[in-house]
Design a protein around this ligand. Structure first.
Ligand code: NAP
Length: 320
């Protein structure tokens, strides 16, 4: 039986890549030197695309993929993929938000605790012997009783709220529409920052949210406030964040994502009041495995004419 053709724009992990190679005729766009020529040659007979949200998939590229029945993305964010164009063309699109939401929410909690309770500074205080020389480390601020603003209240924002609530944090959130939850709704990020002690960004990247966290937000959060970013570097005006953290207008920040990855601005990373993580919120063996498997399983479901496991757009798979 002839194998169906699958375009691999970004490969999943090796075990899942092996599954794709066993089942399909795989075309490695990721390895092609002349990607435009490769797409023009192999795109027309491909029936599925395996990718992630950091790789662009434009309307123009889709012109070379007339037979694609599914685009399976192995990340939660997909701001470089033209999902509107996919929907218009009747192509289902899947992501992996459900598989990674717990790990990313854990990371938001980890950065919140580490930043507010000075984990990194305390570690250095013990390791360098400062504790013995200087005595007790300065007091920090309690988590319980503070207000946490969650900017973005989708799959991951809700998972963060589920963790914050039993920690004794009062929760407010920002989204495009009000949800049926017992938390305070804000439709303005400055108002949310003004209300909150801790502001967590977990909105999608892309033009709509670009630079959302700016000088006004930092100043509204204030000298005792903490900004946590597990969303995308693009949602922050980084120069405004650096200025606010340097001047003390914003107290501290815990960051997993940056504008310039993997070499973020040293003016940001050298500040004493930041806690840094290398865009690794979903970086556990279990979650990365589940994310990669979803790519394989969504493609298989689509070809079998079955419901997709993690659909994003409202397009049912075409019958095989
Ligand atoms: P989601 O379920 O689509 O939720 C997104 C939330 O953001 C929704 O509540 C949405 O509001 C809100 N939103 C979107 N645009 C907005 C705007 N312009 N203003 C205010 N709110 C807006 O997405 P998710 O799965 O939770 O993931 C969120 C993002 O996290 C991803 O897109 C990705 O960029 C990032 N992420 C980062 C990591 C990491 O490694 N650090 C890992 C996974 C994901 P409505 O509900 O009203 O539509």
């Amino acid at each position: 039986m002839t194998k169906r053709d699958v375009l691999v724009m970004v490969p999943p992990l090796p075990p899942q890549m092996a599954q794709l190679e066993e089942t399909y005729a795989v075309h490695r766009y990721d390895l092609a030197e002349d990607k435009a020529a490769f797409l023009a040659e192999h795109g027309p007979h491909c029936e599925a695309v395996a990718t992630n949200g950091h790789e662009a998939l434009t309307r123009e590229q889709l012109e070379h993929l007339p037979n694609v029945k599914i685009v399976a993305c192995s990340s939660a964010g997909y701001e470089y993929i033209d999902v509107d164009a996919l929907t218009e063309k009747g192509i289902p699109f899947t992501n992996t938000s459900d598989a990674l939401s717990d790990d990313v929410a854990d990371c938001a909690v980890m950065l919140t605790l580490a930043t507010r309770r000075h984990l990194v500074q305390g570690h250095a205080y013990v390791q360098t012997g400062e504790w013995g020389r200087q005595g007790m480390y300065p007091l920090t601020s309690a988590i319980k009783g503070k207000k946490a603003g969650i900017a973005g209240f989708g799959t991951i924002g809700k998972a963060i709220a589920r963790r914050f609530e039993p920690m004794g944090l009062e929760i407010g959130y920002l989204a495009r529409s009000k949800k049926d939850v017992p938390y305070r709704f804000f439709d303005d990020v400055v108002a949310l920052a003004d209300w909150a002690d801790i502001l967590v960004a977990i909105v999608p990247g892309g033009p709509e949210t670009e630079g959302m966290i700016d000088a006004r937000v930092c100043e509204a959060l204030g000298p005792e406030g903490t900004f946590i970013n597990v969303a995308r570097g693009s949602v922050v005006n980084e120069q405004d964040l650096i200025a606010a953290l340097s001047s003390g207008k914003l107290g501290s920040a815990g960051l997993d994502v940056y504008l310039n990855e993997p070499n973020p601005d040293p003016a940001l990373t050298s500040l004493p009041n930041v806690t840094l993580y290398p865009h690794h919120a979903s970086g556990t063996v279990e979650t990365r495995d589940a994310m990669a498997q979803l790519v394989v399983d969504n493609i298989a479901a689509c070809f079998a004419g079955k419901p997709l496991l993690t659909p994003v757009n409202d397009v049912a798979p075409a019958r095989a």
